[in-house]
Design a protein around this ligand. Structure first.
Ligand code: FHN
Length: 616
């Protein structure tokens, strides 16, 4: 199965031999100026004093639905679907791919446009698509509005390269509006995938004309947000690539994120709005893989195919089993991640039965016996080590759900290694009345069910746990001293109280309107009060430099200037105690970011809240 993440490199290899695709002017008016006045290219920021981190995506109301829903449906559907993954070249050879078929099969632009003109997804049934998602237990949908081939799946006014103006489809229909209507009725959030990289628009490749492409892109995004009110935008095609050369920059990303969130402040945006970094967007996007542990610095969502392709490929029968897919979902949720699982409708817009059957089987498992509790709103529990026999996720602070994929023989224990002291006060197998005994054993607990597994896919044992409650602080934040130089020299320009360190100043922002966007430094000082007695992991997301001292110990030393990245350090702390803390950030030039997060076996990852910080 091709690993799309390798696409760019592979594509580079293919394309260097394939000659320039983008140099051919479109036979359709792909480069028409937008019908409506194009949106003013917005300033990247309001300048000095602007902070782009409007909230903490780990805990904010804005991201709450997404962190609760956990499981979404990805849909790859576009003009490429009309070929169903196969293209017969003039020499009679058949070339196979899916959503990259134009490029991987070297289809000349006019031939691709000609085939797109026959595209007639009359079988697209939004009710059926939403039902498939609902039956699967998928609670949000992300559909490709425009993939790399530049073909818009809604009646954009920006150009004629779209499903309304360049197809054989019923011109009265709008599949995005149909999908939005059905999703709303079903209580399912709708998001749009949008590719920055555009193989069709002749202005994309040339730096001199790229601003014209950007204006058209902004105009299309304004249409999508204004016309369909999506809950999230899932950008893609942000990587450096050739043919057409993709020069998308972190600054382009900062500007684009600012723009779309200006259109709708509650919008969620993925990290491919920029350059797929921890400082871009609201969540990370590992693809075709599930990280082995919670991702540091940013919420995350793993996207995956049901077979080996995103777009429909009639020859690809390598379908993953429902059991494997469900276990992927359990692994993802147990690490506080989301799972975005893809379908690729065929050229008529129909969802393949193989997809529908697997998705329904996943939903059946989730609905049975309340087993969905191990996924929806569930997250990482640091109380225990990940066991070899399955996954363990937490529900709130009082429940763990052990999803057992390797059921022990009758009367044989499942061992759970504890990372911190806690008690298990109750245990039951969801969907079974069998007795479960729990006893302390060595470095943790032995959990012994007396009966059989409830389901081969996974059987969930719900554990009631009791651990020391967290100390709720009454802090107001740290003292912040801000210099308009990058070396803390002289008297601080600004001294104030900061209720936490959660800053994305990006390119033009700075800690205060009186401080220029470059060459500034900030020192936060005071004390920090941990909620739990634990070994805490502190993380910074920083650019250019960051240092963190706790109780006089240098916990993070990221003093060499760097691009946005995560640095971590650990320190043992006692619940309720107040420990000296000092944090320093320096900005020399370019981007500027500074966040301080914490996590521990009992503390979910979050920006350290002001309630646990004191000026002293
Ligand atoms: O190139 C695309 C690919 O076609 C697909 O859309 C995936 C889905 O996340 N994203 C890119 C590869 O990373």
């Amino acid at each position: 199965m091709r690993h799309p993440a390798r696409r760019p490199a592979r594509t580079l290899g293919v394309l260097l031999g394939a000659g320039l695709l983008a140099s051919a002017l479109p036979s359709v008016s792909g480069a028409a100026e937008p019908a409506q006045p194009s949106p003013k290219a917005p300033r990247v920021t309001d300048g000095p004093g602007t902070n782009y981190a409007v909230d903490d995506p780990f805990t904010s109301d804005r991201t709450e639905w997404w962190r609760q829903d956990r499981f979404g449906m990805f849909i790859h559907f576009g003009a490429y679907s009309n070929l169903e993954g196969e293209y017969t070249r003039q020499d009679g050879t058949v070339c196979q791919d899916a959503e990259w078929i134009m490029r991987q099969c070297d289809i000349p632009k006019d031939a691709y446009e000609k085939q797109a003109a026959t595209f007639d997804p009359s079988g697209f049934d939004a009710k059926k698509v939403v039902k498939a998602a609902k039956d699967a237990g998928q609670r949000y949908i992300v559909i490709t509005s425009k993939h790399h081939d530049g073909y818009a799946m809604w009646p954009t006014k920006v150009n004629k390269w779209n499903l309304r103006d360049h197809s054989s489809f019923d011109k009265r229909r709008d599949i995005m509006r149909e999908l939005k209507k059905e999703a709303d009725k079903a209580g399912i959030k709708l998001g749009f995938y949008y590719s920055i990289w555009d193989w069709h628009d002749p202005d994309f490749a040339d730096p001199a004309t790229f601003p014209k492409y950007k204006k058209r892109m902004y105009a299309q995004l304004k249409e999508l947000v204004g016309e369909y009110d999506p809950a999230l935008l899932w950008f893609d095609g942000e990587w450096d690539a050739e043919n057409p050369t993709n020069r998308w920059s972190p600054k382009d990303g900062a500007e684009l994120e600012r723009y779309v969130k200006g259109l709708k402040p509650s919008l969620l945006v993925n990290n491919r709005v920029g350059k797929r970094r921890v400082a871009d967007g609201d969540f990370g996007t590992p693809e075709q893989e599930i990280p082995g542990q919670p991702v540091d610095g940013q919420p995350w969502e793993s996207c995956m195919t049901l077979n080996g392709h995103w777009g429909f490929a009639r020859y690809d029968h390598e379908w993953k089993s429902a059991a494997e897919l469900t276990r992927n979902l359990l692994s993802t949720a147990s690490r506080s991640g989301n799972y975005l699982l893809n379908i690729g409708p065929d050229k008529k817009g129909r969802v393949p039965d193989e997809s529908v059957r697997r998705l329904r089987a996943m939903g059946d498992w989730l609905r049975a016996n309340g087993q969905g509790r191990a996924v929806y709103g569930a997250g990482y529990s640091g109380l225990v080590e990940k066991p070899s026999w399955g996954e363990v996720s937490r529900e709130g602070s009082k429940k763990l759900h052990a999803a057992v994929t390797e059921w022990p023989g009758k009367g044989r224990p499942l061992h759970l290694k504890a990372r911190v002291p806690f008690d298990i006060t109750g245990a039951r197998v969801l969907g079974s009345g069998q007795k479960v005994t729990v006893k302390k054993s060595g470095d943790g607990f032995d959990i012994t069910p007396s009966g059989d597994a409830v389901a081969d896919t996974a059987t969930v044992i719900e554990l009631a746990v009791k651990s020391p409650g967290g100390v709720r602080g009454k802090g107001e934040g740290l003292k912040a001293e801000i210099w308009d130089n990058d070396s803390f020299e002289g008297t601080p320009k600004v001294t104030r109280t900061d209720g936490g360190i959660n800053y994305a100043w990006r390119f033009d922002g700075s800690p205060d309107a009186s401080v220029p966007a470059d060459n500034f430094s900030t020192r936060w000082s005071g004390s920090i009060q941990p909620r739990y007695t634990d070994t805490y992991t502190f993380s910074t997301v920083s650019d250019d430099t960051a240092k963190v001292w706790i109780d006089g110990k240098l916990v993070i030393d990221a003093g060499v200037p760097h691009d946005p990245r995560v640095d971590k350090g650990t320190v043992k702390l006692k619940a309720g105690e107040k420990y000296d803390i000092k944090v320093e950030h320096r900005e020399q030039g370019g981007e500027a970011h500074m966040k301080l997060l914490w996590s521990s076996p009992q503390q979910q990852q979050e920006v350290v809240p002001g309630s646990q910080l004191y000026k002293d």
